[in-house]
Design a protein around this ligand. Structure first.
Ligand SMILES: [Zn+2]
Length: 165
C-alpha cells in the first residue's frame, strides 16, 4: 500500500512558514515551537463537514509524541490541492494554519510551560464562520453574532475592491 503521509523533505512548506515566522510580528513566538510539516498524498481530497475539500490542517501533538519525537505541532497539507494554488494562495494557506496556533504567554512575553517543561499552546478555532442558506438570510436576516461577522466581511470586500481598482 502506498504511503498516505510523508515528511516535507524538500522543506517547501517549512520555507514559507519560516519566512512568515521570521517576518510577521504575530508569529514571532512560534520560533519556540517545533513544527512538523507533512504532505498528505493521494489524489482524492478529504472533505470537511460542509463537503469542501480540506487543503490543510493543524494539529497539536499529544504530550507523549511531543516528548518522544520532539515536535509540538503538525501542519499537514494536501499536496495535489497545494499544487493547484498560486504562490500567493500558498502563502495565505500557511498564514492561516500558523494563525491557528495560539501560544500562551505570561509577563514579558515569556512562554508559559507546563509542569514537564512543554510550551503551552492551543489550536484556535476559526472566529468567523458563516454557514447558512441564502433563502434563510433573505427570510430572517442575520442572527446577532453574524452581524459582527458581516461587518468584517464587508470591510474585507472593500479592501478587495480597492486592491482591484
Ligand atoms: Zn483553519
Amino acid at each position: 500500500m502506498a504511503k498516505l503521509v510523508v515528511k516535507d523533505k524538500k522543506k517547501v512548506l517549512k520555507a514559507i512558514a519560516n519566512d512568515l515566522i521570521g517576518t510577521k510580528k504575530r508569529f514571532r513566538v512560534l520560533k519556540e515551537l517545533h513544527i512538523l510539516y507533512v504532505w498528505r498524498l493521494s489524489d482524492v481530497p478529504e472533505y470537511d463537514d460542509e463537503g469542501r475539500a480540506i487543503l490543510a490542517t493543524t494539529r497539536k501533538l499529544p504530550p507523549r509524541e511531543r516528548d518522544i519525537y520532539g515536535y509540538d505541532v503538525e501542519i499537514k497539507v494536501w499536496r495535489d490541492g497545494w499544487k493547484r494554488k498560486n504562490k500567493n494562495q500558498q502563502r495565505r494557506t500557511m498564514w492561516h494554519e500558523l494563525n491557528h496556533i495560539e501560544v500562551e504567554q505570561g509577563e514579558n512575553f515569556s512562554i508559559n510551560k507546563d509542569d514537564d517543561g512543554r510550551a503551552i499552546f492551543h489550536i484556535k478555532p476559526h472566529d468567523v464562520v458563516i454557514t447558512t442558506f441564502e433563502d434563510e438570510l433573505k427570510r430572517f436576516g442575520l442572527p446577532g453574532r453574524d452581524v459582527n461577522d458581516a461587518t468584517i466581511l464587508s470591510r474585507a470586500l472593500k479592501k478587495r475592491k480597492k486592491r482591484e481598482s
